[in-house]
Design a protein around this ligand. Sequence first.
Ligand SMILES: [Zn+2]
Ligand SMILES: [Zn+2]
Length: 397
Amino acid sequence: MVADSAYYDLLGIDEDASPEDVKKAYRNKARLHHPDKNPDDPLAHEKFQEIGQAYETLSDPDERAAYDRYGTSGPSRGGGPGDFDGPDLDDLFAHMFGGGGGGFDFGGGASASFDPFGGSSSSRKPTRGKDTDVRYEISLEEAFKGKKVVMNLSRDRACGVCAGVGGRKGAKKEECGRCKGKGSIIRDRHIAPGLVGKAKVVCDECDGEGERFSERAKCKRCKGAKVTKEKKRVEFEIDPGTEDGERIALRGEGDETPGIPPGDVIFHIHHRPHALFRTLPRSDLSIPLSISLSEALLGMNRLMFVHLDGRGVRIETKRGERIIKHGDELVIKGEGMPVRGTKGRGNLRIRFGVEMPGLSWASRTDPGSMVVELPKPPVDLTPTPEVVVTRFLSPLR
Ligand SMILES: [Zn+2]
Ligand SMILES: [Zn+2]
């Protein structure tokens, strides 16, 4: 048992994975999540960084041991996951793929270089509108089958009447009365309990411009706000196998601030918990199933559950093939979640519970006899789905 399995989960490997496995998993994940391959995902950098961080730690025996023991807050590491300042990930990546992007083609053909620590800097003027984060919940069935989402977004767009100026045609701005044209004001700020300091903040009357339109000179339509709400119908696909926590970005569909390109709308996909199925790493699913004592001893052939796509699944095991104990875990191969971007599927792990017969059954048997009749196995699940497949059990890897 390790203190924190997040790095293993990121790379999709077991906690006892060999150094070779770690390396292989990193290559695959880094390739899949490289920002150059995911130009539509503004957070690809972050994901790629996390993967690099996981590899950095797990590929070093000492770091890995410390991580297993203490998690990311371990003594050999600095702060939390937020302030990673390890080696240049691009170098690491280039190294693993044989140099400067030449070893691997990301489709664009351009260089594989990017700024892994770039992004928002509060000191610079924004070059793009703010992104809008939207939490979007889907059922596990939808994550399994995929889903087309159609929705109406309401977002800011530059006012069509004043073209984002905020004032009437020909009107001139006047000095802001609040900040006296400085664009900033001094405010009390709470620094610590009992300690109040002064802070210079952007004037909210003129948005830091130092001048503004008078009430009379403001644009009638946007009332000086420069932007108006606009509805837009957007569509996007949630692919089969989309994982909990994945993000889907709609480029340029966010709010617009006049003069710079609009931001993105980023959907954060979350799975609603399912009553029966649970997702596991590596696109595996798990499900608890209850069987009778006779099925545990003699095998079964029964429609036992309905899968996430509506197919009924009949499990067949032959008499004498195996005895299933309470708590045994067995696998149906290829019945897990779809693996994104492939035709493959993970495995379905079944945790068996064996139901013991009740006392009324035990009291029915002849106390002098060694021969007993097992209780009858349960019947098929009803109603029967349109499609029923028969599957066999494999031992857990
Ligand atoms: Zn002002
Ligand atoms: Zn306007």
